[in-house]
Ligand binder design. Structure first.
Ligand code: HEC
Length: 249
């Protein structure tokens, strides 16, 4: 009787664990209901492109004050000369951090809001949010910049990537209380196709993900080594067990 009870409670415990595991993965998968960014911080070529995108299109307004250029060189497999030539524009040095020349007061005057430092933005907002944000600027004549964003309503940031993406308008369906956002419609083509633009944004988000936690590159590499070690250990232990029990059975 006892044994049966124990077995049954074990079974419900296992069910409970499985259920909560399912719930937590579902919660993770659905972080805010955004499309997945699907970026990969171990893809160094993508990080290099992301860094290029960042310095060309973002660092005029946004700093990344925890990122030092010589650290980028090491992690992104670039030489110091390559970094100096391609990623440093304001006459800065390889030992500098990614700062900007715009003062906060000027930024507030120009945009109404200071552009935040982006060092930790991927950790603050999540990569899926960033991917969606950079794809969701749309034409809105009622805004001072002529643009709005479905992810961040009344956004102060101008649509800085419009030449690449093109211009899109938001399409709604239904009436009154039923009215809801249906999707975007491209009204002016950009230099990039929609697929190329997605890749551009994915690389940029990948770079933001990496700078949010540069150590994750090392940590992941270490993780795989540890798993490999455990696997070898398991095989050895198993072989040893077979050896010990061979004569007893
Ligand atoms: C012309 C200046 C300018 C440029 C260039 C620019 N931004 Fe911004 N950005 C802003 C301003 C201003 C804000 C503050 C917006 C707000 O809070 O409404 C902002 C806010 C943001 C935010 C925060 C959104 C949030 O949820 O709070 C992110 C992320 C961001 N920018 C990413 C980027 C990326 C990536 C690039 C390059 C592709 C870029 N920005 C280029 C001005 C700029």
């Amino acid at each position: 009787m006892q044994a049966v009870n124990l077995q049954q409670s074990m079974k419900s415990l296992v069910k409970l664990l499985a259920f909560s595991a399912l719930l937590s993965t579902a919660a993770l998968a659905n972080e805010g209901g955004f499309e997945k960014a699907n970026n990969d911080v171990s893809n160094v070529a993508s990080l290099q492109r992301g860094a290029r995108n960042f310095v060309n299109y973002c660092s005029g307004c946004h700093s990344a004050k925890y990122v030092r250029f010589n650290r980028l060189a090491v992690d992104l497999a670039l030489t110091d000369a390559q970094v100096t030539q391609n990623l440093i524009f304001n006459g800065g040095k390889i030992t500098d951090t990614m700062s900007i020349n715009m003062s906060e007061a000027d930024a507030v005057k120009w945009f109404g809001k200071a552009p935040p430092d982006l060092s930790l933005i991927a950790r603050a907002r999540g990569t899926d949010y960033l991917y969606a944000f950079l794809k969701s600027f749309y034409l809105d004549p009622s805004r001072p910049t002529g643009t709005n964003n479905t992810v961040l309503a009344s956004v102060a940031m101008p649509n800085v990537l419009w030449e690449l993406q093109g211009l899109q308008k938001a399409v709604y369906e239904g009436e009154g209380a039923e009215k809801h956002f249906k999707g975007f419609e491209l009204v002016t083509k950009g230099k990039l196709s929609p697929e190329e633009y997605d890749e551009f944004v994915r690389d940029t988000v990948n770079f933001l993900d990496y700078i949010g936690e540069p150590k994750q590159l090392e940590r992941r590499a270490l993780g795989f080594k540890v798993l490999g070690f455990l696997l070898v250990l398991f095989l050895l232990a198993y072989a040893l067990k077979q050896e010990y029990w061979k004569d007893i059975k």
